[in-house]
Design a protein around this ligand. Sequence first.
Ligand code: FDA
Length: 320
Amino acid sequence: MLSTEELVAANALKTIARNEQVKQYVENSMDIYSILKKAAKRFITGETREEGIQKAKELNTKGYPVSLEYIGENTSTEEESWKAKNEMIQLIEDISSEGIDSIISLDLSHIGLAVNEDLAIEHLKEVAEIAKQRGCYLMISMEESTKTDKILSIYKNISTLYDNVGITLQVNLKRSFDDLKDLLQYPGKIRLVKGAYKELPEIMIPRSEELNHRYLQFIQICEEANHPISIATHDEDLLNDIKESSDYFAKANVEIEMLYGIRQDLIKKYKEEGYNSRVYMLYGTEWFLYVCHRVAENPSNIYQFISDMVNPIAAEEEKY
Ligand code: FDA
């Protein structure tokens, strides 16, 4: 668990990450951008689709299926959302033609949710249709709580049309207990995450024993329903607790999923034990918010981040 000082630092970083002015300043300042980019390499595969696909191939070769995301959210114009949708379609075409074992993850606000909800739904249908034709699975990510209702509602509708779409649920939101029961009525895989966004204390449970206990409860509910699930956490103690309570990891519709560059040793251990183990990889230029979140979650990463600015290293892939 984080100390009080670490929690304060983590919250400050998440606030900075959300600040549009800071983001634009970083993106427009070539010097700052290029220094931060060096440090970001630990968490992102690169800025282009080719780099993402290359890393995906490498991890496939090592025996991991992956999840690929063209990183971005909150596009502010319809044109940007079209571009994002087209990039996702091209990604699906490329992984399909190159025989890569990958699902696709996406943020609905990247394909227009914040600009025009109907357009975002159209884009999602188009992406889901191509993905279905190519035998590819889509996972919808979960964003800030102000968007939860819309994202869940869009997921539930698309889920009645396409069986190749799943949804992410943030265990830290108090509402998620009811949402989980509702989501079990739909066929898509549920990816359980603790939750990355800074939310008001009234609606969320911070990192704590209570949150981990709740995560276990969610797992139990999914297990009883025999529902397909991704256990998306790097929390070794929590994973040990899940593993001890039953041989749940061994089930075909259960997988463990971790983010690229984080706890490579742990996901490797699960893969070697024979459990379904997936690595979630991102590419693209919009990595600022994502990287701030990853550093905030583990404040000791700040030291690593600073040294990476001087001596950049990629995600230490040899550890996979
Ligand atoms: P927690 O934050 O409690 O960390 C537990 C331990 O894991 C730490 O003590 C440390 O050892 C290790 N660890 C965690 N983060 C680390 C880091 N950055 N660097 C090094 N070690 C670290 N969130 C969201 O809101 N919406 C979404 O759609 C998604 N999607 C998603 C997909 C996948 C596959 C994963 C794994 C995660 C997400 N997340 C997400 C992020 C998620 O909500 C959460 O913020 C992170 O996974 C970190 O939380 P942990 O469960 O790892 O636990």
